[in-house]
Design a protein around this ligand. Structure first.
Ligand code: FMN
Length: 325
């Protein structure tokens, strides 16, 4: 049952920091679900975000995947966009000036994609002189062409090497976005933390599959696709909780977050900030509505600073420990 928080007059501190990234509130958007803000500006004041996280930006334009790209599932969305984007030059010429004009002061986290460590570093080096960039988020779910196409994010060594290369290229806050398609996500988290990440974001999409029974064909040309939306939330929450306990750097939580109550769950599990992804497609104003709900919740719970919620989940019984197995 949904709790209805009761409002009162006391003010709540909503500001958080993730590494050196200062945010006026803990809310951001998940890469690839908000472009670079322009398409949403007619519907919502994007400057109200704590930070804007962009669609993945590559060194050269990427055309993305052929065939069907989106497919709804029960409580979820499968996508096979293939990280289509016009490349870093267009991003610099087009998106950054637009953001500087329409949302000055809004921290911009650039999601970086590549097929090799060199390509990630090329994007970062091109952006280093651009004033409108606040932080980088490395999407390590891309296929590593130097290693036969296996995703960087499924190997602790490859993920750490890529993080170290990016670390050497910038002093800006460096976030690494983890893939959930691994056996033990804490191993990856520790590896990229040791390689210099200032923060971790998780989760990226879970690998899924859909089949059209009328044609008996795969729905997607690449067969498997990325699952997001409410269907993945419990998995994402579990992984955020596991990772937040395993590392010292802050965590940005995402995966099926759809309302203020979901945000609070992720904060309690250990996230310092939380992103709305697939939920933006159904309701572009979801972060504004969530922010109001969270402030009311904090007042009702006598929480003066939203940071008090981070990692503050309690055991079912005060005396019980976490039962293994
Ligand atoms: C259409 C779409 C495009 C995405 N593009 C990117 C991307 O470019 N880079 C990235 O790191 N994650 C990308 N993601 C993953 C999301 O940022 C997010 O991690 C995932 O969808 C889980 O959050 P959600 O369930 O709230 O959508 C994309 C997701 C969707 C649905």
């Amino acid at each position: 049952m949904r709790r209805e928080p009761v409002g009162c007059d006391s003010s709540v501190n909503m500001a958080v920091t993730v590494g050196n990234l200062r945010m006026q509130n803990p809310l951001t958007v998940a890469s690839g679900t908000f472009a670079a803000g322009r398409e949403y500006a007619d519907f919502v004041a994007i400057a109200g975000l704590g930070a804007l996280t962009t669609k993945g930006v590559s060194a050269k334009p990427w055309t993305g995947n052929p065939g069907k790209r989106m497919y709804e599932t029960a409580s979820g969305l499968l996508n096979s966009i293939g990280l289509q984007n016009p490349g870093v030059e267009v991003f610099c010429a087009d998106s950054l000036p637009w953001l500087a004009e329409h949302a000055p002061g809004l921290p911009v986290v650039v999601n970086v994609v590549g097929h090799s460590a060199r390509e990630y570093v090329d994007v970062i080096e091109r952006l280093e002189d651009e004033a409108g960039v606040s932080a980088y988020e490395l999407n390590i779910s891309c296929p590593n062409l130097d290693a036969g196409g296996m995703a960087f994010g499924t190997s602790a060594e490859a993920a750490a090497a890529m993080t170290a290369a990016a670390r050497a290229a910038t002093k800006r806050p460096l976030l690494v976005k983890l893939s959930p398609n691994v056996t033990d996500i804490t191993e990856l988290a520790r590896a990229v933390e040791a390689a210099g990440a200032d923060g971790l974001s998780l989760i990226n999409t879970l690998l899924g599959l859909a089949i059209d029974v009328s044609t008996r064909r795969f729905v997607f040309e690449r067969r498997v696709a990325g699952l997001s939306g409410p269907a993945v939330k419990p998995v994402a929450l579990r992984m955020v909780w596991e990772v937040a306990r395993a590392v010292d750097v802050p965590v940005i939580g995402m995966g099926g977050v759809s309302c203020g109550e979901d945000v609070v769950e992720f904060l309690l599990a250990g996230a310092s900030a939380v992103a709305f992804g697939t939920a933006n497609f159904a309701n572009p104003r979801v972060f504004v509505e969530a922010l109001a709900w969270i402030e009311d919740y904090c007042r009702a719970q006598d929480v003066r600073d939203v940071n008090e919620l981070v990692g503050a989940v309690r055991e079912v019984r005060e005396t019980s420990g976490y039962a293994k197995g």
